[in-house]
Write a protein that binds this ligand. Structure first.
Ligand SMILES: Nc1ncnc2c1ncn2[C@@H]1O[C@H](COP(=O)(O)OP(=O)(O)O)[C@@H](O)[C@H]1O
Ligand SMILES: [Mg+2]
Length: 471
């Protein structure tokens, strides 16, 4: 009951009862009925007043409690947001705030397989990169959750910092990151292909900057694999997902397909979406991935840092008359041959060689580390902690064992040649035997599909490959 209504009812009842007493006094004079009515009315008046007082006390007590709870809640909220800030936990943004920060999505700074990234500026002046997770597939939501879960729980100088997030509608999500001014490593190591490449900005990293990038990325991955409470597998390590800050320190980004694992998990099998050329063989073969799959991708990145070129290159060759066949050049294989022939410097980015800044021993060391990382058998590959020790010169790198090289990513061959992300889940799995056959013929018999099994229960595929030897 409202306070005002209660007051009115109380006063009205008292007035009515008083009027009743007066009227009965006039009608009945000082007779017995008058005294009966008087007694009953006085009792009713006392009861009304009593009820009113009790109600008022309860009401004020409740109000006091509500004030206490509200102020405690406010304190808790302040404390909570303070702790979130101190712990570096992400803030929830409103869509309008992001619209304002990006000046209505004016400045596009990057586009990947699953998202578009815009530059923005928050009210406090922080420069941010706002990543819009594209929707339309279930992948958007899934990637959004996995990216938040993975990155929100980790903090490292070589990992991109998640400032906040926004859920606008069911299928429109945003992640807000620190803006990393020099963009992705891919703009700084591959030779520009023409005006399109130049327009992205970037340039050519010096040899010492490349070495620093190698160490930074190794440290970030070692931290994710070994020093976090839950092990984090990145699963998409490639130059596009390594950013460079103002001082050319490497910052690992894009946790869209990363996995959080319990410390005691030794490996997991998962649906697949990696990038052609960077996916480890065990992942291709569907036999499970682990942190060693990131080590493989890291090895490929090392080769690309040295050479300034992609590890896989498609070449169209005129095989029979005018029949064009597509072949794939695998750079780790070429580099192994050059190493054996004593011509390792021929594999170094020619732009660096012109500046004669490169020490042959350092090149050899980096090649050795990379060859360890791309061993076919995951258990032969080093841990990222070992890689950091090797690169920092705390432990000498041994000669890597010879490894058969599974040449190219079957799935990516089936797709385009532009290095774009490859979607596995959405692919019609039944098409795979055809894909494998095509790959085998493209590789001129080097990669032959032998076994293909699709057990209805497991939906897993097995194919064996003829390995390409480094020689
Ligand atoms: N924090 C950032 N600062 C600067 N540029 C960024 C940042 N995050 C992403 N980019 C740019 O946007 C591109 C795509 O972002 P990414 O997170 O890799 O998206 P996707 O998941 O679609 O691959 C990157 O390759 C990079 O060039
Ligand atoms: Mg990316």
């Amino acid at each position: 009951m409202e306070d005002r209504t209660a007051n009115i009812i109380t006063i009205a009842s008292i007035i009515n009862l008083t009027v009743l007493i007066i009227v009965s006094r006039i009608i009945f004079h000082l007779t017995e009925p008058f005294f009966l009515i008087l007694g009953a009315s006085l009792a009713a008046i006392l009861a009304t007043i009593g009820f009113y007082i009790i109600r008022r006390n309860n009401h004020s007590r409740r109000q006091q409690l509500e004030t206490i709870i509200a102020s405690e809640g406010k304190e808790l909220r302040i404390e909570y947001s303070f702790l979130r800030k101190v712990a570096g936990l992400p803030t929830k943004f409103k869509f309008q705030e992001l619209e304002e920060a990006t000046d209505n999505w004016k400045s596009l700074i990057g586009k990947g397989g699953s998202a578009t990234v815009y530059k923005g500026c928050l009210k406090d002046g922080t420069a941010v990169a706002v990543k819009r997770i594209q929707h339309g597939e279930d992948r958007g939501e899934k990637e959004f959750r996995s990216e938040i879960a993975a990155i929100a729980s980790v903090q490292h100088v070589n990992l991109v910092r998640l400032i906040g997030y926004c859920i606008h509608t069911n299928n429109l999500h945003f992640l807000v990151y620190d803006f990393i001014p020099n963009g992705s490593l891919s703009n700084w190591i591959y030779a520009p292909l023409g005006s399109a490449a130049n327009s992205r900005g970037g340039g050519c990293l010096t040899w010492s900057q490349r070495l620093k990038v190698a160490v930074d990325v190794a440290k970030a991955l070692a931290y994710l694999h070994h020093d976090c409470r839950s092990k984090v597998l990145h699963l998409d390590v490639k130059p596009e997902n390594i950013l460079l800050d103002g001082s050319y320190n490497a910052i690992v980004s894009d946790f869209g397909i990363s996995k959080l694992m319990r410390r005691d998990d030794s490996r997991i099998v998962t649906g697949m979406r990696g990038t052609r050329g960077y996916i480890a063989p065990e992942w291709l073969l569907g036999v499970g991935i682990s942190e060693k799959s990131d080590v493989f991708s890291y090895g490929i990145v090392l080769f690309e840092l040295i050479s300034g070129r992609r590890s896989i290159k498609a070449i169209d060759v005129d095989a029979h008359g005018n029949k064009i066949r597509r072949r794939f050049e695998y750079f780790p294989k070429i580099i192994t041959e050059k190493l054996k022939a004593g011509h390792i410097m021929e594999t170094v980015d020619t732009r660096l060689m012109d500046l004669s800044q490169v020490d042959e021993n350092e090149v050899k060391k980096l090649v050795h580390v990379a060859l360890w990382c791309i061993q076919d058998k995951p258990r032969r590959r080093p841990s990222m902690t070992e890689v950091v020790k090797w690169l920092e010169g705390r432990v000498a790198v041994e000669e890597p064992p010879e490894t058969k090289m599974i040449v190219v990513d079957l799935l990516s061959i089936a797709k385009g040649e532009n290095g774009e992300d490859v979607g596995w889940q959405n692919r019609n799995k039944k098409k795979k035997p055809g894909v494998i056959a095509r790959v085998a013929s493209q590789l001129n018999g080097c990669l032959a599909p032998n076994v293909y099994s699709d057990t209805p229960g497991s939906k897993s595929f097995t194919y064996s490959m003829t390995m390409i030897s480094p020689r």
